[in-house]
Design a protein around this ligand. Structure first.
Ligand code: EPU
Length: 416
């Protein structure tokens, strides 16, 4: 297994290219299952999760022409099962449920279990599909979905679920009549998927608000879609400038997607120059402590909670960080403490008492964003940090070491 070794303590300066968004590309890849033909997807990041999604599509009968655009041929799709081995590797595999049931009227998808950050049930995906006339049976660890036809209906989500909204939108585009999803997720990745589906001939309105209306259509055409830039990758590099007191420009990016993060980083003492498609970020000499509560978009993203916590470990004063989306997303805390951080946890709240320095140490993480926070901590720490279980980072950050080396970090990957 690979390890990442970081010699910390130097400010990062320069420009970082932001890749296509993992969490937009995953549902968009699933959406290729909605109709046969050749789909052209631009700006798909070459990440481990994307390879898993392609393996799943291949298992269902799709073929690929690699490159940018990535061409996905779906005329040959005849499978309807997402097996346990793939779903346990990546929960987002559950995104094939909506499109398969919409196109073939049946799907068999392994139930994802809990994961490192929480229980993460899919009850809202399933009850939403039932509202569209899909019969759901849970058998031997699998969701078995079947329908004679899908009929539009009103769906209300108790919680605005991101992949649940994506799954339901993909099912409803080919249903008969109108579907309204209330308390829908408003995340930019959901909006990107809706643009992609509309580009295929779907009729979706209201995306970006909490009420989405879908008028079913009888036919779709293959997509030609450019995946949006990754806002979480972008925010991670902005935080890298903050924690190292450096100066990093990110491009391409959509600044509107980053408003909550920029607002908080400004409170922490950073300065930003926002122009069309790029943001220059300048770390303050002093990191000021800030309080954060994660929330669904447009609130502060849970996918940035761990990274911002690493920065607050070096702030002047005390920060209160409250995680409101996932019940177990503080797995980075004990590792940050091994680097000298002063953090205590009570329930879903972490109290971070900033210290002048962190020290490099061997650390490991249990999920993607926790790993990113340890890398950020390592960039700012005195001495050497070794981050193991690098495969987590490979799920969601394209070329992390190269991009960081490009802005002056001393970071390398070694085989363990
Ligand atoms: N929830 C339910 N029932 C459901 C669905 C969700 O109770 O049927 C709960 C979850 O347990 C959680 C909350 O609702 O407490 C929100 O979860 P959501 O469904 O929105 O999360 P997700 O769709 O499984 C996506 C991203 C995550 C990101 C979350 C929140 C993808 C592939 N994954 O997950 O990304 O943290 O939304 O924004 O889009 C990551 O990239 O590191 C990552 C974990």
């Amino acid at each position: 297994m690979d390890k990442i070794i970081i010699e910390g303590g130097r400010p990062l300066n320069g420009t970082v290219q932001i890749s296509g968004a993992k969490n937009a590309a995953l549902p968009i890849l699933a959406a290729t299952l909605l109709t046969g033909g050749v789909h052209r997807l631009h700006n798909v990041p070459p990440l481990r999760d994307i390879r898993t999604a392609k393996t799943l599509l291949y298992h269902l009968g799709a073929t690929f022409e690699e490159g940018d655009p990535l061409c996905v041929h779906t005329d040959t799709v005849d499978g309807h099962e997402a097996p346990y081995d793939l779903v346990k590797t990546m929960r987002a595999s559950v995104l094939v449920l909506g499109p398969l049931v919409a196109r073939f009227k049946r799907a068999r998808v392994s139930l994802p279990g809990g994961c490192a950050i929480g229980a993460r049930p899919i009850n809202l995906h399933l009850s939403g599909l039932e509202r569209l006339g899909v019969r759901i049976d849970l058998k031997h660890g699998y969701v078995e979905a079947s329908a004679k036809r899908l009929t539009g209906n009103h769906i209300y989500f108790d919680i605005p679920t991101v992949t649940g909204t994506a799954n339901l939108m993909m099912a409803a585009v080919l249903a008969e009549g109108q579907t309204v999803i209330e308390n829908a997720a408003r995340e930019p990745e959901v909006v990107d998927l809706a643009h992609c589906l509309n580009n295929m001939g779907a009729c979706i309105s209201g995306v970006g608000s909490s009420i989405i209306t879908i008028e079913g259509v009888s036919k779709l055409q293959p997509m030609d879609h450019f995946v949006m830039p990754d806002r979480i990758e972008a925010a991670t590099y902005l935080t890298a400038a903050g924690i190292t007191r450096g100066e990093i420009t990110i491009t391409p990016c959509i600044s509107d997607h980053l408003e909550a993060v920029i607002h908080k980083l400004e409170q922490a003492g950073m300065k930003f120059e926002i122009s069309e498609g790029s943001i220059k970020s300048v770390g303050g000499e002093v990191i000021r402590s800030i309080d954060i509560k994660t929330n669904p978009y447009p609130g502060f993203p849970t996918d940035m909670q761990a990274q911002i916590m690493a920065m607050m470990c070096l702030a002047e004063g005390q920060s209160i960080i409250t995680e409101k989306i996932f019940e177990n997303r503080f797995m980075h805390v004990s590792e940050l403490k091994r680097m000298g951080a002063d953090i205590s946890i009570e329930g879903n709240t972490a109290v971070v008492r900033g210290r002048p320095t962190l020290q490099g140490a061997p650390v490991m993480a249990t999920d993607l964003r926790a790993s990113a926070s340890l890398v950020l901590a390592g960039l700012a720490a005195e001495g050497t940090t070794e981050v193991s279980r690098v495969y987590h980072l490979d799920r969601g950050y394209e070329g992390l070491e190269e991009k960081l080396r490009g802005v002056g970090a001393r970071i390398e990957r070694v085989k363990e």
